[in-house]
Design a binder for this molecule. Sequence first.
Ligand code: GLN
Length: 492
Amino acid sequence: MAGVCDLTLAETRDALARGDVSPTELADAYVKAVEAARPLNAFVVETPELARDMAKASEARLAKGEAGLMEGIPVGIKDLFCTKGVQATAGSHILEGFVPTYESTVTANLFGAGAVMLGKCNMDEFAMGSANMTSYFGPVENPWRDAAASNKKYVPGGSSGGSASAVAAHAVLAATGTDTGGSIRQPAAFTGIVGLKPTYGRCSRWGIVAFASSLDQAGPMTRTVRDAAIMLRAMAGYDPKDSTSVNRPVPDYEAALGGDLRNLKIGVPKEYRMDGMPAEIDTLWRQGAEWCKAAGAEIVDISLPHTKYALPTYYIVAPAEASSNLARYDGVRYGLRVEGATLQEMYENTRAEGFGAEVRRRIMIGTYVLSAGYYDAYYLKAQKVRTRIADDFRHAWESVDAILTPTAPSAAFAQGEKMDDPIAMYLNDVFTVPASMAGLPGISVPAGLSADGLPLGLQIIGRPFDEETVLHVGQVLEGAAGFDAKPAFLAG
Ligand code: GLN
């Protein structure tokens, strides 16, 4: 299937600038690629007409020499983003049929930079999950297959599983994701692509359906680190409509790429070396450190002593905020309404039918930890531990410039696995959640294959608003790993 859809975002941008391909031709090719990828169930809604209209407008801007950073680039948008005139469901029955009358700031930024929307990407319901098995619109399939057992279907990770699958299957050039505890980085690792969670406050949350507001961040999911740098620049920026958006200039992330790692100290935290971690993950992690060293970095053993509390703390803070955020779905204001004899009954019927099992579990945990009598013991305690976790990182930045870890404790698992054990599912986030709790930027880059032939990722965590170093180190790892394996789906 070699062709225009096999170029990277950067290569496509240059091909468009040279006139080798037009935005319309590109949109047509990608509309076909989205159709071909239908077996993966990566999209909740496809928007081919809109894509063609946007491509036409892009063509006019290119002709006038007014190309934006993402001019003519076909993208997928996670269905958590409100898109004006196009349904936004957050993967939930309760929002089915909800057509926003406004555009989220991040999508507005992307479209303002010339990006062309191919559709809304499937996701775990309300971004709760690590396998994209909780969507009301059905599970998403990973385009990768087990080298030995090719009939087995694998999860793409979650919650941005549709975005990850679509990028890996070359159905889009790039996609937006959101990451609350790992939802960009873990699916990126599972599908052999690049996923970057920016610093909390770098991308506006306005118009993104809220899960846990103190953790949610939007970010790029792409095939290369360079592509992530290009896309982040187009997404990021100060937004007065988001009170936690930070007013700092957006650097030219692409310009920060290149060169070796001399003068950089890279930390390897001993607490991430966990019991029961598969040997192949540990081997890849050591290999990653070797690659950094070979590029001139100094490897420093560090300690992040509160690491083991990050996951339990996350599973108090995130459900607490979710239970509060999800109170607004009452059958009156958005989407689904299931009638009842009284107003109270209508609320109950709507919420009982509208939310899936995982979302109900989180709402119950959240209301429990916030209830009178338990608030101090759980929620307040969790907030204090969160501060400790952030302090660990602050301390680490005194001796290192970036931190190297695995992205996830395993490769992708088969669809249906871990479904009867929420804790086993939550463990997927063990390496991604600490940076989320501390609001730090983190990238996952594809770095190797598991024994089964499935992708594995390495994570680089950076200082607040130092996405440049994160991308720079990420690109060095990407180059050293030379990951060029292709998912089975692309081989036909
Ligand atoms: N898997 C984690 C969860 O279920 C993280 C999700 C996310 O980052 N949105 O909460």
